[in-house]
Design a protein around this ligand. Structure first.
Ligand SMILES: Nc1nc2c(ncn2[C@@H]2O[C@H](COP(=O)(O)OP(=O)(O)OP(=O)(O)O)[C@@H](O)[C@H]2O)c(=O)[nH]1
Ligand SMILES: [Mg+2]
Length: 337
């Protein structure tokens, strides 16, 4: 038997029926706050408008009114509408391209300043925004109990125990069987994930379908064609453990937390620290410097200074730093011996 149509379902249930695409699109439209998110929703809407147009025209034809030509233009109603849609689509794409270029600039600035970037990904409503808020104390973040609360990629600075400052990137949540048109228009917002130093997969372990959600997120990440080392180094966080009394993860290498209550955050920060240092080729070193020279101020500028132990009788200090391989190379060149 063929699947029942929307009309048949509506007749059987006595309520209006919407398909997944329309529902998700509606949620996106309600939650889109920035210009970019609104443009992406508008772009995703075009195929829907196009198929509605076809349906309406078919309906017109069945009504026996035939295709109507707009006076003198030689174009039918359908052709005019299609042309307008095409023009609208081109306009949206152009505006999105402009915004994307702007984002590339941000990315370059970020790289120059060498802040490691940690991307939080996960199923919608798993607690990504709540976790970033807990890790950074950023009160501007608004976690909400709804699907797709976050539609824009934003970055938030936080400090790790090594004193390293990292940027946490909050991303749009994943959904299994996300309609194709939406994947296409929102893939752009996930571009930043490919440029991060570490990916954190946040999971809501209190959700009855936690396993299915994980499979869906992993499949989506695979579809993004991320660099292999980024996928291999991915950290898994089990969130909302406060809702599962006595929770113990069965898998190795996962960190259980409650982003809402702040449980497990110290352990998570320690794991993040180690993972970020490894992923970005940074190391923790203790360097002996002369206090008279420019070495100490150079290190403050180019590395993260954790501790300075002054040895007055030598006019020197032992400085513990987190330093990238390239910065350490420069240091050796500038201050030989
Ligand atoms: N009990 C409990 N609730 C949590 C926890 N973390 C997040 N929540 C709640 O889960 C809901 C969703 O949180 P968000 O941080 O908005 O989730 P998100 O992953 O950013 O969601 P999207 O942006 O929609 O993808 C909110 O109501 C949070 O208060 C937790 O550790 N425990
Ligand atoms: Mg969010």
């Amino acid at each position: 038997m063929a699947a029942p149509t929307k009309k048949e379902l509506e007749a059987a249930w006595g309520v209006e029926v919407f398909d997944r695409f329309t529902v998700v699109l509606h949620i996106f439209r309600c939650n889109a706050r920035t210009k970019e998110a609104r443009l992406q929703v508008a772009l995703a809407e075009i195929p829907l408008l196009r198929s509605n147009l076809k349906r309406d025209v078919a309906h017109l034809h069945r009504g026996g009114s035939g295709s109507r030509y707009i006076m003198g233009s030689g174009e039918s109603f359908m052709q005019v509408q299609q042309r307008l849609l095409k023009e609208k689509e081109a306009k949206i794409r152009k505006a999105l391209d402009g915004l994307r270029k702007k984002r590339h600039v941000l990315r370059r600035q970020r790289m120059r300043r060498e802040f490691p970037v940690v991307s939080m990904v996960g199923y919608t409503n798993c607690g990504k925004t709540t976790l970033i808020k807990a890790l950074t104390g950023d009160t501007a973040l608004q976690p909400r109990d709804r699907l797709f609360a976050t539609l824009d990629v934003t970055a938030h600075a936080g400090t790790l125990p090594s004193r390293l400052t990292v940027l946490y990137v909050d991303t749009i949540g994943f959904l299994s069987q996300l309609p194709h048109g939406l994947i296409e228009s929102f893939a752009a917002t996930l571009e930043d994930v490919a440029h991060s130093d570490l990916i954190v997969h946040v999971r809501d372990v209190s959700h009855p379908e936690a396993e299915l959600q994980k499979a869906s997120v992993v499949a989506t990440l695979r579809g993004l064609r991320l660099p292999a080392p980024l996928l291999d180094s991915m950290l898994e966080v089990h969130n909302k453990v406060d809702l599962v009394p006595g929770y113990h993860p069965t898998e190795p290498n996962v960190v259980p937390v409650s982003a809402l209550l702040g449980h497990g955050l110290q352990e998570l920060k320690a794991e993040l620290d180690a993972a970020v240092l490894k992923a970005t080729g940074r190391q923790v070193l203790t360097l002996r410097v002369r206090l008279a020279g420019a070495q100490l101020s150079w290190l403050h500028q180019e590395a993260t200074v954790q501790q300075v132990d002054v040895i007055p009788e030598d006019g020197a200090a032992d400085v513990r730093v987190v330093i990238s391989h390239s910065a350490y190379g420069k240091f050796r060149k500038l201050f030989p011996g």
